[in-house]
Design a protein around this ligand. Sequence first.
Ligand code: ARG
Length: 566
Amino acid sequence: MQEFIERIRRVVARHTGLAPEDIKIESPRDALNGDLAFPCFQLAKRQKQPPPAAAVKLGQAIAGELTNIAVVAAGPYLNFRIERSALALSVLGSISVKGAKYGGSSEGAGQTIVLDYSSPNIAKPMHVGHIRSTIIGAALQRLHAFLGYRTVGVNHLGDWGAQFGALVVAIRRWRETVELEKDPVAGLLELYQRSKKALDEDEEFKKEAVVAYQELESGKDGEVRALWRWVTEVSMRGFDATYARLGIQHDLVRGESFYEPLLEPTLQRVQAAGVTEVSQGALVVQLGEIDKGLAKTPCLLRQTNGTTLYATRDLAALFQRWEEFQFARCLYVVGAEQKLHFRQLKAVLARMGCEWASRVEHVDFGLLLGPGRVKLASRKGEVLVLDDLIDEIVAEARAIIAEKNPELPHPERIAEQVGLGAIVFNDLKRERIKDVVFDKAEILAFEGETGPYVQYTHARLGSILRKAPRENVAPDWARLEDAAPILLALGRFPGVVAAAAENCEPSELAQYLLALSRTISSWLAEHKVLDEDPPLRAVRLLLVQGSQVVLKNGLTLLGVGAPDEM
Ligand code: ARG
């Protein structure tokens, strides 16, 4: 497809004097009009004539130069229709040459993308916001890597802050009352919740907590630090088990504590830039002149009692990341509730005159809710633990598979892929800023807008290919006329991948895969593949194979498994 677009661009450029990169070639809204379209509005303006006239004139001029492409002017558009056997040969040829790499490119070569995602808080299980961050962030990392960027996934663990002073005191006081050895994650959660209550109710506790946090921040290697270190290790072990299950690995695990030695230099740097002021003993940056909406919310960098904040550590991390990676983009995959925080950070950079501030992007997203849009709770009504949620869905998937396909080899492995696929796809299928509703029955359905539907379509194609006879017959390329919608969709795949990465919108890819699956399913309902004469069978098998590769590449980019059978 790319090959045809490039050819059209070159010819149009030669006849109009436009630069090839300024020539936008689109998909016509109505497929009956053609496969590709060039809107002539801009050109008409330059030529000082109405767009339809410009389209007709350009069409007459270039028609003879585009082999295998018919040119038709329709209103303000110039439409192109690619000859079907040339289309089939080009699209299916390029898929079979590139295979698992089809859809990727080297557009990002030499550039680095930093992605800050998942970033849960130690001493607590991952909550639903971290689930979404993990799924979206990992998909964005794969998408960018597929386009040739160097990607650096960072886990900015919440392992620092005043709350750890309180947690340490809670461990000191109540460690005997919970089962810290047997189930440290649950035990810590309980102590954490008690510490929050004690902070509100118990003055003594509060004072002790401040002292403990000051000791932690002082760098002293004593009891406080030892406890904190243990909490980090135990929590990380829990997170790692979940990441392994999702097939995710960060390149760097750098919690907030990593930036501790950089906090003083960071504060000095901001002060030296002359943008700070002291307000009631605290160090702040006023942001109103950069962003009017922030006039009442200056960025607080050091509290009156001398301790630093979440924002201080994020600012230190930003400088550090810029210096280490000179990133083309630094993406923060964090829920929309932290909008103000990232707006403030960017405004601080802008006030300091960092010209790279625009490369920092908050990739925000909506909530994950239960059916009826209520808060998603665990069965026990406590904090929802991601692992329990996955277990539950995988168990359901196992039951569905046992019923639909009792003979299936490796049902365990496939249930895991289907269950995880259902969760991940559900999270990615809509624009990320929209809330996600998590309805068990719905996300696991084999029909509809679900991961299992795309997986199932992929497996159906696999089963056709497994039954194909081994024969050496030349495919008849002229006989894919009625499969044009599939060929055009397959040809669009590289463009969809690039746009999904550029817009940080994995949903564009998810929606594409759903549409492709529907197109394939309806084509299969009306066409046979195996029971045809050999040249037709051969070319249809190539179509099936190409479709399977694209579904698999797309699912893999999203983080959804593509089993060959299910
Ligand atoms: N730990 C934070 C939270 O759970 C998320 C951190 C996001 N990343 C960052 N660099 N601020 O809310």
